[in-house]
Design a binder for this molecule. Sequence first.
Ligand code: NAD
Ligand code: MG
Length: 403
Amino acid sequence: MKRIAILGSTGSIGRSTLDIVATFPDRFSVVSMAAGSNVDLAFEQARRWRPQLMSMGSDEGTGQLQDKLKKAGLDKAIEVADGSAGSVKVSTHPDADFVVSAIVGVAGLEATYEAVKAGKTIGLANKECLVAAGDLITVEARRQGKPLLPIDSEHNAIHQCMRGGRRNEVQRVWLTASGGPFLNTPAQDFANITVEQALNHPTWKMGQRITIDSATLMNKGFEVIEACRLFDMPPSQVSVLVHPQSTIHSMAEFVDGSLLAQLSVTDMRLPILYALTYPDRIESNLRFPVQELRRLDFEPPDLERFPCLRLAYEAVEAGGGKTIALNAADEVAVAAFLEGAISFQEIPATIKAVVGETQARIPESISEVLQVDADARRRASGRIQRLGPRDAVAQTSWATWRK
Ligand code: NAD
Ligand code: MG
């Protein structure tokens, strides 16, 4: 029986994880869970899964959860915590041996790092952790002798492909990208992209932040950085290929010229199951109808229309604080876009400005990472406020962030 802690239980990855637990009740149980603000769903999950500990993002949510648990007669059985200390308590719970890291953004960093430090095996969905603090996390995981098992579908695919040879035989990895909803949108139409259009991802159903990041290709940029750090590769050996069908989840290219690709359904339950059962594989019903497969298309990414990808390559080349700022500015800019405060094109413009103002100095601790993160957030928010109302922002010309 594998005993799991879930960070981000009410999110898209968290719910898919619980679906796997429900499908294989003899193999997995839930020890502890951390959620953000969805008290109703957190309560439902607590009632269904009876974790020993449940944490909410804020003390307000915790109070509401406690009331609900009391009414249900569960307040004695389930401990409640809150905030980042609560998430750390969840991820380092002594009875948990596997942690699914699926809080969105840097909010999940401390809990993930502390879980690594506590010697837990991690199933990593939260790529922002590696973008902001990749070296600190991977060094600690190596010291603990515990794997960081990628749940992000591309890295999960590469992890699988890499088992086909020795590490030093892998010459390059190819991350595939669906291209998002604007793959074929002409450059002049980008100024009018709406929130609704940007949230309409063609192949995956995910949380809001990653969906917008997929529309700007920043998600792929983060994934380039994630691959560099997970697989210890320079950015020059991590390439991106647009593949609109999202059937090949990624590939590893070996020194002899062989390319190994992983194909499967576009369903995150499969990479979650792989991480949870690694190094074994178990039978599932997540089958891919390969006999119905007719075509696989590929094209290079367009860095002119999608400058976020280029910004990510530049940030990881420079390293240190630059990738922290990349993520922090993106978090702030995406939230502002979702609120209608800035235009779609202001997302890369904001990131570019904030990363440009941030030093590349390598942080030596998680608290230093969080400091650089907070500074970058302040800069991003300040810039957005200075931009003024949405109408003025929409005028931002293409040329301002285009090289
Ligand atoms: P989501 O928005 O659906 O869920 C995020 C979860 O984090 C929710 O449970 C939310 O309550 C929780 N949360 C947010 N702030 C919190 C806080 N301060 N404290 C505690 N909990 C908090 O997002 P998602 O799509 O499930 O993505 C989660 C992570 O997985 C992201 O890092 C994303 O990049 C990554 N990921 C997701 C997918 C996918 O298919 N959804 C694929 C690959 C990687
Ligand atoms: Mg991915």
